[in-house]
Each structure stands twice: as structure tokens, then as C-alpha cells.
Design a protein around this ligand. Sequence first.
Ligand SMILES: O=C(O)CCC(=O)C(=O)O
Length: 241
Amino acid sequence: MDNEAFFTQNGYIVFNDLLSSSEWKQIDSIYNAILTNTIDLSENRSDLSGKGRGINAVEKITQIMRPSDKIPFFKTSKLLKECTQLSKKLLGADMALDFDMLINKAPHTNTPTPWHQDEAYWPTMPDKRALSFWIAIDDATKENGCMWYAPKSHLQPQLEKHVQLPNGGALCCQWSEEEALCIPIAKKSAVAHHGRTLHYSRGNSTSGNRRAYILNFRPQAMIDLERSLGFDHTGKRSVQS
Ligand SMILES: O=C(O)CCC(=O)C(=O)O
């Protein structure tokens, strides 16, 4: 079965060795500088597990939205060109980059990303085509929090019911590992999923970081619609009704 057919049937697809070694090195060093605040992207930085209490609260699932707004490398990378082409092949010639983000699970933080469909985070749109490339900057394993997918869940006619975790945390719905597949991938590889595909990751119980860089694509007309609603994926502007 070719990639397009597999993705159409299952709602996710793995691309091995998508990132070149030279671009991996650049992202590795930029990513570390961001995590340690040597490059300050704190404006768009939050903890998907919800805000910890107290000044010593450990950030468990660091999420940084739209790093390419501040770091030109991400806008000119071969990786972006490659993912753009793949998104057009999988979902149509009008697919374009909507936003990018970094998600890291810090060592020994053991905090799952709850089950969800990305679409639950976005304004309702007439055209539901959307694709995220989850690119592993570290080897992603069951133990450090690789992605899990519910195959064919992108074909569900309705979104699952989602609620927000306390203290500004992630959106979540009810699902289980028994109804899903664990997809470990090596660093420099990627797994792409549809905006409606149910997914989750276990917590990181290892001594290293679990860094991922994510690129999200949708039809240009839907990006224009989002922006006209004041929605830009920074969480700073709310959707107008
Ligand atoms: O990195 C994770 O643990 C979750 C990523 C995710 O939910 C996404 O890319 O949509």
C-alpha cells in the first residue's frame, strides 16, 4: 500500500529519516537554547500539564507555539519544504503551513499528554483537512513518550467530547491504549496525523528529554478564515463568535 492510501485509511503515516543530519544538528542546538531560555520564547511558552504551583514548579510538558516567528531557520529549512510537499500529496495542492510548535517532555516527569483530537483546539471550519508532522528530535520510545494513535479515528463523523485539564492544561477526551497503536520512531523520523485522528503519549520516565518539533498544515483558505477570526495558535487571541 502506498503512503497516500495508508494515510487515507488509517489517519497517520510514518516517514523515516525525514530530517537531514545537518538540519537535525541545527534544530538540536536551537531547541536546547530555547529550553534553557538562552533564546527567550517565553511569550508563547506554556505547560500542557497545567500551571504548577510555586516558584519551583517543574515544567512537565513544555509547549512553545510558533517558534518560526522568531527563528528564521525554521522558515527556510529543507524540512519545511519537504513537509509542505508531502502535505500537498496527502491532502491536496492547497495545503499550506498554518503554525509550528515545540513540545518537550522533561526527564522523569512521567506526565502523559491526554487523549485528544487536534481539531478540538481549533475554530470549527467548513474544510476539515489538516495534517500535523510530529518530528522526533530525540528517539521517541514508549518509555519517553512517543505518539500513540487510534487508527481510522479520523473517519469518525463527530469529534469526541473534550474537556480542559485544570489550571490551563491540555484538552482531553476518553480513550484507551487498548484501542490504539504505539508508534515509536527514531530521531530525524516523523509521524504525520490528520486533525481528527485520536492521539496521546505516555509520560517521560527516562533521564533524557523527549523533544518533538511539529509542523501543522491546512488549506490556505482555512488559514485565512482562522486569521479573520483572530485565531493564530498563540492562544493570545480568542475566537470571535
Ligand atoms: O508531543 C506530545 O506528547 C503530543 C503532541 C500532540 O498532541 C500533537 O502534536 O498534536
